[in-house]
Design a protein around this ligand. Sequence first.
Ligand SMILES: NC(=O)c1ccc[n+]([C@@H]2O[C@H](COP(=O)([O-])OP(=O)(O)OC[C@H]3O[C@@H](n4cnc5c(N)ncnc54)[C@H](O)[C@@H]3O)[C@@H](O)[C@H]2O)c1
Length: 355
Amino acid sequence: MMSESPTKRIAVIPGDGIGPEVTAEAVKILNAAVRKSGKKLALTNFDWGADRYLRDGTTLPPDAPEMFRRNYDAILFGALGDPRVPSNQHAADILLGLRFKLDLYVNARPCYLQDARLTPLKNREEKDIHFIVFRENTEGLYAGVGGIFKKNTEDEVAIQEDVNTHKGVERILRHAFEYARRNNLTRLCMSDKSNAMTYAHDIWQRLFKKMRSEYPEINSTHQFIDNLLLQIVRDPTQFEVIVTCNLFGDIASDVGAGIIGGLGVAPSGNINPGQVSLFEPVHGSAPPIAGQNIANPMGAILSAAMMLDHIDWPKEARAIENAVHEAIIEGKTTQDLGGNLGTNQVGDYIAEKLS
Ligand SMILES: NC(=O)c1ccc[n+]([C@@H]2O[C@H](COP(=O)([O-])OP(=O)(O)OC[C@H]3O[C@@H](n4cnc5c(N)ncnc54)[C@H](O)[C@@H]3O)[C@@H](O)[C@H]2O)c1
């Protein structure tokens, strides 16, 4: 459980590729945001990633989940993925391992347009794109159930099972409805593919129908995932809260990122409410742009702000979000958002605003 003390303990896992670059800026911003508050962050670095894996085979040590639960309030994560590890084994062990073993069942991915210039959609303003995707984060097609039969023969059979449990579906739906209620949001859309996945997604339909009657003030609707993606692009004003399964949430939130300025600016939280949780930018390790000081650190910085909300430091979280917003409006950004600053210059600029 989280500590009540003014010092919060944060585990930092920068990872691979651009992960360390954007995480360094997020740490810079965290330190700037709490400097004057009298609060303290105790940060501990973990060098898990491709280098370590290639050096000594370490991925996620078996005692790590318990260690995080016992000794930390939150985890700040960069990204994993390296062309030298084509199997991506270390990434699967570490990131999926932490999601599953810490039971981080909510993947929260806000898609908020910060400046109309950033969206590729025509005639859209900031207020038109403001929704959050809640992706189920511990089961579905990512549960790792399946197998390959007669691999590398013409008779090969590859199976990946879609795991949907009563507990798993119910708690992510509940989280989304409660979030909407708490924040006075009145539009919630559940998305599945129950017309084709008649076993795996029927349970989403049944539990959704049952739960929506408990929230009469919320206009809850349903869209099949294919139509949802089309509607997000056609008219994003329809959405405030979207809740869906693991795979569809992964895809829908990338579409969401695409219409707010790209992956560089999209944050996320892997959350178990009230428990140690993990915060990371939506993007991956982007190997082709690593080491060039051109990666956008804003997704990582906004993820750090989400982390501060989780540890109940909302004032500092809002200060960070406001500083990022101002930097975007002023054009003090990396190339992907049309600016000409380097990764660390963007971090310096935002840190300066905070101090
Ligand atoms: N959570 C994670 O750790 C995570 C998530 C997705 C992908 N990955 C891994 O990352 C590696 C690369 O995957 P990918 O190329 O599909 O996805 P990616 O997110 O790394 O990159 C996709 C595109 O977005 C750009 N991009 C990403 N982050 C950016 C940033 N901060 N600033 C500017 N541009 C940015 C990249 O240059 C690239 O063009 C793979 O090994 C993949 O498995 C990891």
